[in-house]
Design a binder for this molecule. Structure first.
Ligand SMILES: [Zn+2]
Length: 341
């Protein structure tokens, strides 16, 4: 362990613990999260292209595994910058360092893109863009040392949000939308929660307490499998049951049958720090049975293996999730007048 490692650790620990203390005092959802505005089925929503989202999934995978500290990770970050720049969207890169398991310093960056930045009533939409450094669910120990391609675990959810940004530039939404691509979600070793969700923990701990919070958040993870099913995940229900109900009702109204009413045990993901540290009511749309390879379908048992490839995915689930997000966004009735961009 280097001196630099120790210093970085203590600085981050100090920042996180001071923010956690603050969070105990006044960052609870009850105190800082605004009321969820009323939702009704929008008369029409812009169209969403699953094919375009799928192309954006393939584009990310083509860089190689986006493992922090690698060239592929740096190249993909540059791609995101150019992507949002070309759309004319204000983007903040929230960069920070974190000490890795082997004493290395992980260069991490959250990408924060604001659509309709003047709007006070905002929705947060998030996904993680990093890839897992080791395919530790591979039975073969040599293969288990290689990084995960992350077509579904990472790229699928980011792809949905990238294309959503393209749609929202063409069709100005009635609320503000913050698209956040978190880094360092999938770095940790199984069972070590302290090393997962590094980007969302940093984001949540760094929020300016004088700023109003988004009304609610929706996290996407593992949304691209060609037979994706989205149950109601336990942490989403525990922290944001009203958001969960609203979104699943919207899915039903849109005829999106992948969103099922079945409940599923909690999955530790980026929505947990958003709820518990930032106080932003956030749900997770996640193909939950993929996690832990908790599915009887052998084809779908590729979580954290080298088989997490674009061939497991298809445009249809990406389109369903994109359409659902659009229906939620355009179904919001806010009390706020804001300038159309
Ligand atoms: Zn993962």
């Amino acid at each position: 362990m280097s001196t630099q490692h120790l210093v970085a650790t203590s600085i981050i620990t100090a920042v996180l613990s001071s923010m956690l203390l603050c969070s105990c005092r006044d960052n609870t959802p009850e105190n800082r999260t605004p009321m969820i505005p009323s939702y009704s089925v929008p008369a029409s929503i812009p169209s969403y292209s699953g094919d375009r989202a799928f192309a954006l999934l393939e584009r990310q995978v083509a860089f190689g595994p986006r493992v922090p500290g690698t060239e592929a990770h740096a190249d993909c970050l540059q791609f995101f910058r150019s992507f949002f720049d070309s759309l004319g969207i204000d983007t903040e890169l929230q960069s920070f360092e974190f000490p890795g398991y082997e004493g290395e310093t992980l260069p991490l960056t959250n990408v924060i893109a604001q659509i309709n930045p003047g709007a006070k009533q905002r929705i947060l939409l998030a996904a993680h863009w990093d890839s897992r450094p080791t395919a530790d669910r591979e039975p073969d120990p040599d293969r288990a040392l290689r990084p995960v391609p992350g077509a579904n675990d990472g790229a699928s959810a980011v792809a949905v949000l990238l294309h959503l940004a393209e749609v929202l530039v063409e069709h100005s939404p009635p609320v503000g939308v913050d698209i956040i691509l978190f880094d360092g979600e999938d770095y940790g070793r199984e069972g070590d929660e302290s090393m997962f969700c590094l980007g969302s923990k940093y984001y949540a701990a760094s929020l300016d307490p004088s700023h109003p919070l988004p009304m609610f958040g929706i996290l996407l993870d593992l949304v691209g499998d060609r037979e994706a099913v989205f149950p109601m995940e336990e942490f989403s229900r525990r922290y944001a049951s009203d958001v969960l109900t609203m979104v699943w009702d919207a899915a039903e109204q849109q005829g999106l049958t992948r969103f099922v009413r079945r409940s599923h045990s909690g999955i530790y993901d980026d929505h947990v720090p958003l709820n518990t540290v930032a106080g932003i009511k956030t749900i997770n749309i996640v193909d939950a049975e993929l996690v832990g390879q908790n599915t009887s379908d052998p084809r779908r048992q590729y979580w954290h293996t080298l088989d997490d490839l674009p061939s497991q995915c298809s445009p249809a689930p990406l389109s369903d999730v994109g359409q659902l997000l659009l229906s939620v966004i355009f179904g919001m009735h806010t009390t706020e007048h804001h300038e159309i961009q």
